[in-house]
Design a protein around this ligand. Structure first.
Ligand code: ZN
Length: 199
């Protein structure tokens, strides 16, 4: 019979406690809100292995498809991040909203932060993705790029405006309508998330 090491047992018990704690209600201390486009610190989900997503029924069929594909592409890129869809907006972590992003942006993500009583770090508690697309009814590569980019923010990634990184990350910040070919999460994005989450 194989013996389970005490260390392994303690680690798995600790993980169970962590998962329970992350999902528990009533231990939050403070909630800050910030616009993900304007923050420079990296925040992560404590519940990275069970991120609950809500897709606003008022989005177009094409937008719903793009939101679903975005989460599956991020999961494929970083398997430690897992997503479950929920019909309950209030308990969702990432909300794909039908509210429009500001007119000068194709997408925008608002985030809320949370602090748990047993942990001094701030974590993501809610991310709301808004878009402002030229044709929301037609599925396109640029629509997918917008959803992938905004979902990157919802996972804790920041924009980069360094032109040399244009092809290296889906987080390149498109200003002035520049054409960008990168729509999938790139190696740089994957490495950053793996480092941030410790996968
Ligand atoms: Zn951005």
């Amino acid at each position: 019979m194989k013996k389970i090491s005490l260390k392994k047992l303690i680690v798995s018990m600790f993980m169970m406690v962590s998962i329970f704690t992350a999902g528990a209600v009533g231990i939050t201390q403070n909630v800050n809100t910030a616009d993900a486009e304007n923050i420079s610190s990296d925040y992560i989900w404590k519940s990275a292995r069970n991120i609950k997503t809500y897709i606003d029924p008022n989005l177009t069929t094409a937008q719903k498809k793009a939101a679903k594909i975005a989460t599956s592409q991020w999961h494929d890129a970083v398997p430690g991040l897992s997503f479950t869809n929920t019909d309950d907006e209030s308990s969702a972590n990432i909300v794909y909203s039908s509210n429009p992003a500001p007119s000068n942006k194709s997408g925008n993500t608002h985030i809320s932060l949370i602090k748990y009583s047993d942990d001094s770090n701030w974590y993501l508690s809610k991310a709301t993705v808004e878009t402002n697309l030229t044709d929301p009814s037609e599925y396109s590569q640029s629509m997918q790029r917008t959803y992938n980019h905004e979902t990157g923010h919802a996972l804790g990634l920041n924009d980069t405006y360094d032109k040399s990184e244009k092809e290296l990350t889906v987080m390149y910040g498109v200003k002035d309508g520049t054409t960008v070919n990168v729509s999938l999460p790139q190696k740089q994005d994957i490495e950053t998330l793996n480092n941030m989450y410790g996968f």
